[in-house]
Every structure is written in structure tokens, then in C-alpha cells.
Design a protein around this ligand. Structure first.
Ligand code: SF4
Length: 324
């Protein structure tokens, strides 16, 4: 839940989640839609779907107990090398390394590692260095039972609180006597900047189609971005200033004269900048089109029970209280 999300935002989500799904068994038995609804607004919805798949796999393959073997943890849906390392080191005190943004900053500065830390060779080198440290902690761990767990948490905390991207507090840092960047006065040179990701603009026309007091919604494919979430029928438009209503009208087979512009919703997902121009339209009782076959008609109250993206949910709550 905390990936790319602040703690204060996550707390109510965490409390709701733990109230409704207090353990693996409860999660495994939950309906896909109710899990997505609990996650609504947090973004990165594949995490919710993977948690659900992992819980079901733990019930069927591990008798409902979370596995402690690194390789078995790594096999669970949604768990990669970083997460498996974090779970095995922090929860089970195993000598498994973790390398995230904070730890990359500490390691590249401590060892004065030049080059792009995301490039394959340098990233592999950082993982080796992190592994050497946690292996050394395991030796110390014979005296202190939680050394691997403590080391990895301390590294993350050091990167978050002292060895920060700007204005690191080297004077307070317990690593400063061995830190190559600090020793050579080159702290601001590490880590080297990675190339900026190019942003991609996407533009859509979206329709709130109402028929007999119900609104047409459709569900995104599970393998798509925001998979499993609900949305309104839409068409992708060429980026630019061309009219949005006409392509939507042609697709829906309703005259654009019937459309009423409701507003423009702008938001971002990772490096995508998304613009959605939203229209309301009343469909006749006999209206049929491909969007209807793939969708579901819901009341305004039922719409509240479906999981939407955070920006769309906020827009709906603000704008769809009046009749369309
Ligand atoms: S001495 Fe400064 S640069 Fe080096 S690890 Fe500590 S905070 Fe980071």
C-alpha cells in the first residue's frame, strides 16, 4: 500500500482492509470486486489483484501459512526479488539483500559508485554489495538475533532520513567515517542522474450514457492498466485539439447534438498524462451498440459499490449527484 503513497493516505485504507480481511484465509475467500473496491483510490491495482492471487495460492499450496523459504516467497504472484528479500530479511531475519531507491543512494555514496545505478551491470554490483553487508550482519547476528532484519531496515531508514537526495545530514551519519563520497567531498555527485522517462500524452472522449435511470459502465480487462476497475464507455482520440464529441458519437451511434459536455478530467499514471473529456447523453429505450454488449447498466447507488480509479471516483462523487 505504501508504494508511491504517503503513510497518512494509507492509514485509513490499511484499517479498512484489516477490518474486513484480517488474515490470509479471509483475503483468499474474498470476491475480486470487493478487494478492488477496498483498494479504490490507491492506484497500481495489480498489487491488490496479486495480493488476492497470492493469498489463494498460499491457501492451496502452503496450507494457509505464509512460506519462509526465499524461493517459495519469490514464486508468489506479485513478489519479485526486492519484496522477497524484504520479507525474508525483515520478517524472518534471513541474510537476503534488498536494494531500493533509498539503499541505492546510500550504497552509491558510501562506495562512490559511478554510472547509472539502474543500468544492468551497476545495479548487479549494488545488489552484490548489499548482499555482502547483510551476510556480514548474519555473522554478527549470532550475537544479535535480529541483525539481518535490523541492517536492512536501518539502511532504508538511513536513506529516508539522513542520506536524503538533497541536503544529506552527513554530520549525523553513523557511516561517515567510511563513506567515500563524504570523504572526498563529492556527495552531490552520487547517485548519478538517470535519463528522464519521456512522458506520453493520452486523450479520450468518455460518455455517461443513461437509459431508463441507469448508467452504462464497463470493466477493464484484468491484464490492462487498472485491470478489473470500472469505467464509462470511451474512445481514444488523437492528441491535439480536434473535436472529442464526434468520434464518440459515431462509436456510440448517437448524434453528437444529444451530447452535453460535463467537463475535462486530467490526471497522470506513471509517465502517462491522461485527458478525459466527459459527456452526458440520454439513450433511447431501443438504443443498442457494442459498448452496451460489453457493459453493465447500474443505478447511481450501484455505481458507488464499484471500484473506479481514484480520479474518476472523485469526479463522479463531485459531478454525478444531480440527474444527468
Ligand atoms: S556520510 Fe553522508 S553521503 Fe555518506 S552515507 Fe552518510 S549521509 Fe550518505
Amino acid at each position: 500500500m505504501l508504494q508511491q503513497t504517503q503513510v497518512k493516505t494509507v492509514i485509513p485504507y490499511w484499517e479498512r482492509w484489516m477490518h474486513q480481511l484480517p488474515d490470509i484465509r479471509a483475503l483468499a475467500a474474498a470476491a475480486d470486486e470487493s478487494v478492488l473496491k477496498l483498494w479504490e483510490g490507491l492506484g497500481y491495482y495489480s498489487r491488490a489483484r496479486n495480493l488476492l492471487r497470492a493469498a489463494r495460492e498460499i491457501m492451496t499450496c502452503h496450507d494457509g501459512r505464509f512460506p519462509e523459504e526465499f524461493d517459495q516467497v519469490l514464486q508468489l504472484p506479485g513478489i519479485g526479488r526486492y519484496t522477497a528479500g524484504a520479507i525474508c530479511s525483515i520478517a524472518f531475519n534471513q541474510p537476503r539483500p534488498i536494494v531500493d531507491g533509498n539503499i541505492i543512494r546510500v550504497l552509491t555514496r558510501y562506495f562512490a559508485v559511478a554510472g547509472d545505478p539502474k543500468s544492468r551491470d551497476i545495479n548487479a554490483d549494488l545488489w552484490r554489495r548489499a548482499e555482502a553487508w547483510v551476510q556480514a550482519a548474519a555473522v554478527v547476528g549470532r550475537l544479535n538475533g535480529r541483525a539481518c532484519s535490523d541492517l536492512n531496515q536501518a539502511m532504508m531508514e538511513l536513506g529516508a532520513t539522513l542520506c536524503t537526495p538533497t541536503g544529506p545530514r552527513c554530520g549525523d551519519c553513523p557511516l561517515r567515517t567510511g563513506c567515500a563520497a563524504f570523504g572526498s567531498g563529492r556527495v552531490d555527485r552520487f547517485p548519478e542522474r538517470t535519463r528522464r522517462v519521456t512522458t506520453i500524452s493520452l486523450r479520450y472522449a468518455m460518455a455517461i450514457v443513461e437509459k431508463s435511470g441507469k448508467i452504462l459502465v464497463q470493466q477493464r480487462a484484468t491484464d490492462a492498466v487498472n485491470g478489473g476497475l470500472w469505467e464509462f464507455p470511451h474512445v481514444e482520440l488523437a492528441v491535439g485539439n480536434g473535436g472529442a464529441a464526434e468520434p464518440l458519437a459515431q462509436w456510440l451511434r448517437i448524434s453528437s447534438d444529444e451530447f452535453r459536455a460535463l467537463g475535462i478530467l486530467r490526471h497522470s499514471i506513471t509517465h502517462h498524462r491522461i485527458t478525459q473529456e466527459i459527456f452526458a447523453v440520454q439513450a433511447g429505450k431501443r438504443w443498442r451498440c457494442a459498448a452496451e454488449k460489453a457493459g453493465r447498466w447500474v443505478t447511481r447507488q450501484e455505481l458507488d459499490t464499484l471500484a473506479l480509479t481514484g480520479p474518476l471516483r472523485r469526479w463522479v462523487d463531485r459531478r454525478l449527484d444531480a440527474p444527468i
